[in-house]
Design a protein around this ligand. Sequence first.
Ligand code: TYM
Length: 334
Amino acid sequence: MRIVSGIQTTGNLHLGNYLGAIKQWVAMQDALAPGEDAFFFLADLHALTVTLDPKLLADTTIEMAATLLAAGIDQDRAVLFNQARVPEHSELCWILGGTARMGWLNRMTQWKDKAGKNREGASVGLFTYPVLQAADVLVYRATHVPVGEDQKQHLELARDIATKFNTDFEVDLFPLPAPLVSQAAPRIMSLRDGTAKMSKSDPSDMSRINLIDADDAIAQKFRKARTDAEPLPDSFDALGERVEARNLVTVYAALADRSPQSVVEEFAGQGFGSFKPALADLAIAVLGPIRERLVRLLDDRTMVGAELAKGAAKARAVAAPTLRAAQEAVGLQV
Ligand code: TYM
């Protein structure tokens, strides 16, 4: 098993990233058997498709790396680095650009959502974004990719690209990477709108819990979270279309490593006036120690940068032979 996953360096890491991805990354890193390995990276090249602020990109990359270290990613067990330091990602991306089809990329929902009606004005990078994402994974010949549900389509595209490349060039170079979507938290929703996913790009900071948020901000955001006036039923299924209620119960269950059913049973008959403070206390107990480690790490940004450089050297050692094999397969003289 070889695990690979990444996170785009735009904005703050939030509870959706933590429960949907990072928590799994840490658990998988801790469960690696001998001979297995894990690569986690900051997708700073992907951020270029939407970010125009160099200082912000540089700061965010270090801050996110510090957050991952604070959340338990450990350079002795996994490899943590930033994508830009491993040029093999970009080089393989270009080669795979010959394999990926316009029609495949045109169908990507993220492209459709982000470009909106202004396709002519969208950046080329936004369109080819999923090809770089495929290269991110295939350059390590990854077998498993832990992600939230929103990334499943991009992973399916990576599989299509891998299959076509292997077939076109009659090689067995790329294994098909399997997406591993968190069962507990596949899609955490915004605290302001239970039909929108919690996202770094939501203009309202009240819509998400950031991993850097202070305890009182966490409590306030849950207190103000949108809900309904009904008490909790005694079965999770009975929540039906109460999307905000389902989301808060899901968050509680994922934070506590419990099933949503056991959570509704505990709070059955109670309203959000009592559920929300309990949820806030739980979130503070889980996230508080991560934030404290993060704040300490941010005092030594040079050290965090050095960790990324160290990880990149290890990543390149694995990525370079795959790139070389891909170059040979397509006939490039290098
Ligand atoms: P990004 O940066 O949007 O999100 C990072 C990870 O967090 C998950 N996630 C969520 N999970 C549950 N609920 C949510 N509300 C939520 N929001 C985000 C995402 O699914 C993801 O796993 N394109 C990717 C970054 C990327 C990548 C890769 C991922 C670049 N290359 C290669 C995997 C493999 C992205 O923008 O994720």
